[in-house]
Design a binder for this molecule. Structure first.
Ligand code: HPA
Ligand code: ZN
Length: 336
């Protein structure tokens, strides 16, 4: 490992944008297919990996939802999340805020309880085993109706004390934040934090809507905000955290080349950017790989990397004392 690579692996960091279903590695997909007697349209792990060649978000989503079909029981969700936590811990992640898509499972007849109980048991095990804390973000699928999102929120009611936030993901263009204004207001009323994917493929107007109509605490991605100067100034002034995902942006053709990735321009313009893996099993790397790839492509300094890691803590949903503790540990690491 190079010095920089080692520095990145040891850098204490939070991961704020991770879809747990997107951490399903082909090996585990095969294992679960066998365990649950589910047919999958691939003959080998190599064939699965070869299928991960996407030209846009929808291309990926079609394969991602199909892959999730092997997840059936609470043990499957537990194993899925434990595999992620092991990888994250090895990457220096000390806190993770993980998204899950209940509708991907409840619409296949999997009870909400199986999904969330499997995830919660893995979260407890990861804290015991790795000292890695985590929180849950329930994400609504935006290609479905607001009514369906309300039904999902109702299903989550018995677990609301164990859910930190709600999010909005899936096919962005044609499904603006405005479509979900009421359900996000209801979630906020229940004390949940708010995040939403905006400006990944959708226009800057969707980022404005996420701010004005959903009242987001964070923006997931936000790349296309850079097309709107006034929006950039507003995001900077509000210290709005952006959960940026470099390898995802490359694989989904949000950028054509990592050499063109806007991460350092975001920082230079005062935006509070963070680095995250999004769907690491599909996009070719976990969070440290994302730091490494973008650091190399854009020539980031150690100071930039420390800023990104600091933003991951200050942009998290942790209480202020925990944020302060993590930042202190980070500063000690940075000081060598
Ligand atoms: N964008 C939108 N929806 C998603 C993503 C993403 O990057 N990953 C999983 N669901
Ligand atoms: Zn995402």
């Amino acid at each position: 490992m190079t010095d920089l690579s080692q520095f990145i692996a040891g850098l204490p960091k939070a991961e704020l944008h991770l879809h747990i279903e997107g951490s399903l590695e082909p090996e585990l997909m095969f294992e679960l297919a066998q365990r649950n007697n589910v047919a999958i349209p691939y003959a080998s792990v190599e064939e699965v990996r070869a299928a991960y060649d996407f030209s846009n978000l929808q291309d990926f989503l079609d394969i991602y939802y199909a892959g999730a079909d092997v997840l059936r029981t609470r043990a499957d969700f537990h194993d899925l999340a434990m595999a992620y936590f092991a990888r994250a811990a090895a990457d220096g992640v000390v806190h993770a805020e993980i998204m899950f898509d209940p509708q991907t499972h409840t619409d296949r007849g999997i009870p909400f309880a199986e999904v969330i109980e499997g995830l919660l048991s893995a979260m407890a095990a990861a804290e015991a085993e790795y000292g890695l804390t985590s929180q849950l973000i329930l994400s609504f699928l935006r290609h479905l109706s607001e009514e369906a999102a309300f039904a999902t929120l109702a299903m989550a009611e018995p677990w609301l004390d164990r859910i930190t936030a709600v999010g909005l993901d899936s096919s962005e263009v044609g499904h603006p934040p405005a479509k979900f204004a009421r359900v996000f207001a209801a979630a906020r009323e229940k004390g949940l934090k708010i995040t939403a994917h905006a400006g990944e493929e959708g226009p800057p107007a969707y980022v404005h809507e996420a701010l004005d109509l959903l009242g987001v605490d964070r923006i997931d991605h936000g790349n296309r905000a850079l097309e709107d100067e006034a929006l950039v100034s507003r995001l900077a002034a509000e210290e709005m955290t952006l959960t940026v995902c470099p390898l995802s942006n490359l694989k989904l053709c949000v950028v054509n080349d990592l050499a063109d990735h806007p991460l350092d321009r975001m920082l230079a313009r005062g935006l509070k950017a963070t680095v995250n893996s999004d769907d690491p099993a599909y996009f070719g790397g976990y969070v440290a790989d994302n730091y490494r790839a973008v650091a190399q492509a854009r020539g980031l300094s150690r100071a930039d990397l420390v800023t990104l890691a600091r933003n991951s803590f200050t942009g998290s949903f942790l209480p202020a004392e925990a944020v302060a503790r993590h930042v202190e540990r980070l500063e000690a690491y940075a000081a060598g």
